[in-house]
Design a protein around this ligand. Structure first.
Ligand code: HEM
Length: 283
C-alpha cells in the first residue's frame, strides 16, 4: 500500500498517470472525430438519418441490460480521466514553478531548449477545458429538435442541434481556431508522454515524433473540415425546411411521451397480472 502512495505522490508517477489519461482521451477524440465524419454528406436527409441513428445507438447502447445506461458509465470514465489529467497538470506545473524558485519556464529535456508548445501546454490545456464546457452546453444540453426515426419513434434530432450551431459563423470560426490549439496540445503531449515512459531511442524517437505530428494534424484537420462543412450545410435552405418539419412534430412528441409515461405506470404482479396505475396530472 505504501508503494502506491509513494508512486502516486512522486513526480514520475503523476506524469505517467497524466500520460495514460491523456492517451485514453486522445483515443476518445479520434473515435469522436470518425463518428462526426457522418456530417460530411451532401445528402442532408441521409446525413440527418445516419447521424441521429449514430447518436441514438450511442445513448441507447446497453447489450448487457445494466440497470444504468452504458453511456453514463462511459461519461463517468471520461469525466474522471479529464479531471485527473487536469488536476495533475496543474499540480505538476505548481510544483515545477516552486522547485525553480517561482521562475515560470520549462525546458524541453530532450533538446535542452524551450519550445512554444512546451511553454503553452498548461494554457492550451485550460483552453481545451473552456472549449469542452462550451461544447457540452451548446450541443449535449443545447437546443432540442425532434426527429422521427425509421421505427416511427420521435427522438432528439442531434444532427439539427449540431448543424444549427455551426450555421453561426462565429461558432464555426471558434471551432477552427480551437482545433489548431487542440492539435498543438496533442502534438507536444504525444512526444512528451513517450519521453516520460522512458522511451528515448536514436532510431525510434524521431519516428514517434513524426507519428505524433501526423496524428495531431489528422485530428485537428479532421475536426476543422467537419466544422467548415457543418457551417456550409447549416446555411442551406433545406436546413430551414428541416427545422420547420422538426417543430411540427411537437404535438406528436408530447402524445408519445404521455403514452410512454402511462406504459411505465403499468406493472405486473404475478398472481394478479398486469396492473394499470393511472393518475390525474391536472390540478
Ligand atoms: C467538429 C467538431 C465536433 C463536433 C461536430 C462534435 C459533436 C458532438 C456532439 C453532437 C456531441 C453530443 C453527443 C450526444 O450527446 O449525443 C458531442 C459530445 C462531446 N464531445 Fe464533441 N464534437 C466536436 C469536437 C470535439 C472535440 C475536439 C472534443 C475534445 C476535445 C470533443 C469532446 C466531446 C465530449 C467529451 C463530449 C461528451 C461525450 C458524452 O457525453 O458522451 N468534441 N460532440
Amino acid at each position: 500500500m505504501q508503494w502506491i502512495i509513494k508512486y502516486l505522490t512522486s513526480s514520475i508517477g503523476k506524469k505517467q498517470i497524466m500520460g495514460c489519461t491523456g492517451a485514453f482521451l486522445a483515443l476518445f477524440i479520434f473515435g469522436h472525430m470518425c463518428g462526426n465524419f457522418q456530417l460530411l454528406n451532401f445528402d442532408q436527409a441521409a446525413a440527418q438519418a445516419s447521424y441521429n441513428a449514430y447518436t441514438e445507438f450511442l445513448t441507447g447502447f446497453n447489450p448487457l441490460h445494466f440497470p444504468i445506461k452504458m453511456i453514463y458509465l462511459v461519461e463517468l470514465v471520461l469525466v474522471a480521466a479529464f479531471a485527473l489529467h487536469i488536476f495533475l497538470a496543474i499540480k505538476l506545473k505548481m510544483e515545477n514553478k516552486k522547485a525553480r524558485g517561482g521562475v515560470d519556464y520549462e525546458v524541453n529535456a530532450r533538446k535542452g531548449k524551450k519550445t512554444f508548445a512546451t511553454f503553452t501546454m498548461i494554457w492550451s490545456g485550460l483552453f481545451i477545458l473552456a472549449f469542452l464546457v462550451q461544447h457540452l452546453v451548446m450541443l449535449k444540453f443545447g437546443e432540442h429538435y425532434l426527429y422521427m426515426n425509421a421505427e416511427g419513434e420521435i427522438v432528439r434530432d442531434m444532427w439539427l442541434t449540431t448543424i444549427t450551431m455551426f450555421a453561426n459563423p462565429a461558432w464555426s470560426a471558434f471551432y477552427v481556431i480551437s482545433m489548431f490549439v487542440i492539435g498543438m496540445h496533442l502534438f507536444h503531449a504525444i512526444s512528451s508522454a513517450f519521453q516520460t515512459m522512458g522511451i528515448a531511442h536514436q532510431k525510434w524517437t524521431p519516428i514517434i515524433d513524426m507519428a505524433g505530428i501526423l496524428y495531431s494534424v489528422v485530428v485537428a484537420l479532421g475536426f476543422a473540415v467537419t466544422a467548415v462543412a457543418a457551417f456550409y450545410f447549416g446555411n442551406q435552405p433545406e436546413t430551414q425546411a428541416l427545422i420547420e418539419k422538426s417543430r411540427a412534430l411537437q404535438p406528436q412528441y408530447e402524445q408519445q411521451q404521455k403514452e410512454k409515461a402511462a406504459h411505465k405506470a403499468a406493472f405486473v404482479i404475478p398472481s394478479v397480472g398486469e396492473v394499470q396505475v393511472s393518475f390525474n396530472t391536472e390540478i
